[in-house]
Design a protein around this ligand. Sequence first.
Ligand SMILES: [Mg+2]
Length: 397
Amino acid sequence: MKITDLKCAVIGNNPVVRINTDEGIYGLGEVEASKSYLKPHVLFYKDRILGQDPTDVERVMLNIRRLGSFKPWGSAVSAIEMALWDIAGKAVGAPVYKLLGGKIRDRVRVYNGAVRFPMEGEQSPENYAKNMQQMKDAPQKFSIIKQGLAFHGGRITESPKHFYGTHQAGPFHANRGPLSERGLNYIVDCIRAMKEVCGDEVGLALDLGPGFLVPDARRLAQAVEDLNVAWLEDMLTGDYVPYVSADHYREVTQSTSTPIHTGEQIYLRHNFQDLIEKRAVDVIGPDPCDIGGIAELKWVAEYADMHGILMAPHGVLDGLLGLAALVQVAATLPQNYIAFEYPTGQPEWWYDIVTGLPDPIVVDSHIAVWDAPGMGVDLIAEEARRYLREEDADFFD
Ligand SMILES: [Mg+2]
C-alpha cells in the first residue's frame, strides 16, 4: 500500500487530516480546536510521506517526527500519526488497540475537563462551589472533575491584592510571578469550597498554571494536603511552555503528599525522560494530539509506570476524531492509567458529521471500547461537506 495524498481541511475550528492510499483506504486524524492555523504545517509534511507504506507506521514517522516540537508544533505530526494508525487498522480489519498490543480494559475512564457551565458572578469560592455542583450533576456522572483556577483561567493576576507580579493581558498564559499570602489563601478557599461539593465521591483536579514560582507551588500543595485532591496540574510549566523544568517540579513534588501533575504540552518521549527518571511529578498528562501520537503516548505511559508515575492524558480540545484516538490508546495503557480528559464536539454539529461513536458516549464516567476497524469512526461526507471551506471542497475526493 502506498500513500497517494495528504490533505487538511479546517472543519469548525479543528484541522482534520486525511491520508489517501492507492488501495482506496484512507485515514483520518484531528488537531485541537484551538489550532485552526495549523493547516499549512500539516501540509508541510506531505512530500515527506508520499509514496510510503502507511501500514509501516513507525517507518513513516521516522521521516517526520524530528520535524515537530512542543505544543503547538507537535500537533501536525500527531494528527498524521493517528491517520496512519487508522489506515493500518482498516487494512487488517482490526481496531487500532489490537495493533498497539491489545486492550487491557473494555471500558475506559474519562474525567471532565470539557463539560462546562458558565460561572455566574465573580470567581468567588461560593461560585466555584455552585459551578462544581452543576458539573457533579451532569448526566455523564464523571468520577473526576477538573477546574481551572489561579493562573489557568482564573483572574488572579488582575488583582494586585493577590498577585505581586505585573499582569500581562492576552492569551496563552503569559503571566508568571509571586502570589501574595491573600492570593494563596483565596486559591485554597476556592479549592476547599469545591471539595465540599465533591466529597469523596468525585475526585477534584485543579489546573492551576503555568505561572507559579517554586515556593508558592510548594506552599499551595502543602496547604491543601488535608483535602486529598486528585492532582494539581501545570503549576510551574505547562500549556504552551516549551520546556519542562523537571528539577523544579521535583522539588515541589518531594515536599508534599498532594499529587503533582504536568505534561500536556510536551512533545516526544525524550522530553518526558527527565520528569519520569527523576520522579519529578506523580502524574503525567500527555495529549495524543501534542506528544507525537498514540504510540508515543503509550511508550511514555509504559516508561512512567516502571517509575511509579500515573497517567491522566489531556484531551479537552481534541474533538471527536481525537476522542476516538484517545479511546483506542487508553484501552491499551498499563495499570497506572487513571482517566483521560473527555473532549466534546464543538460546535455542536460535530455530532452530526461523525459516525461510529456510542450514544450516549459517556456512561458512569466510562466509554465502552468499540471494535470497528481502524479508529472506528468516520466523517459522514454528505453531512460534513456543508461545513467545508471553499478551498477544501475536494477534501473527500
Ligand atoms: Mg491543563
